[in-house]
Design a protein around this ligand. Structure first.
Ligand SMILES: [Zn+2]
Length: 174
């Protein structure tokens, strides 16, 4: 008699757990499907390497997706002085205003501020025996360059960015 009660209880538990797990799965799926992004949060872009390579071309793919660095004094924007906004070449997110661009002498486009801090993810990078802070686009995770603390006022920061990670949108004259 006791044994059969045990079996019933065990079955109950197993059934209960399975049912619970199933309903949790449904909730998860529904959450994903109806996921609402609160204002200010960035909707991530995810693509496969093959898709990125096709879209970006070899040179930009190497920089944005494989963290490569273009040789200094070679990129299209290091001497660029137009009035406008630099956007991510991977996803078009606005990153740097031309008003914050300055001549750092490094051979890469340099900025002392980001349009908005939420646009960039910072990661500690210990490659090549150095401790540096890598900067990535927060929307597509594309590698942009590094940020250093030897920049000019008012921030003291130097966002050192590959030209190949950027596109430029000219501002209409006001
Ligand atoms: Zn991006």
């Amino acid at each position: 008699m006791k044994k059969s009660i045990c079996i019933v209880v065990a079955l109950f538990l197993v059934f209960g757990l399975t049912k619970n797990a199933k309903s949790q799965e449904t909730i998860k799926r529904t959450e994903k499907k109806d996921y609402h992004i609160p204002e200010g949060m960035i909707h991530k872009i995810e693509k496969t390497d093959a898709e990125w390579r096709k879209e970006l071309g070899d040179e930009q793919f190497k920089i944005l997706r494989q963290c490569s660095t273009e040789p200094p004094f070679t990129g299209k924007y290091y001497k660029h002085k137009e009035n406008g906004v630099y956007i991510c070449a991977g996803c078009g997110q606005e990153l740097f205003d031309s008003k914050t661009k300055y001549e750092s002498g490094s051979g890469w486009p340099s900025f002392f501020a980001v349009v908005d801090k939420s646009k960039i993810t910072q990661i500690v990078d210990t490659a090549y025996g150095m401790v540096r802070t890598e900067i990535k686009c927060s929307k597509c995770d594309g590698h942009l360059g590094h940020v250093f603390t030897d920049g000019p006022e008012p921030t003291g920061l130097r966002y050192c960015v590959n030209s190949g990670a950027l596109d430029f949108v000219e501002k209409m004259k006001e």
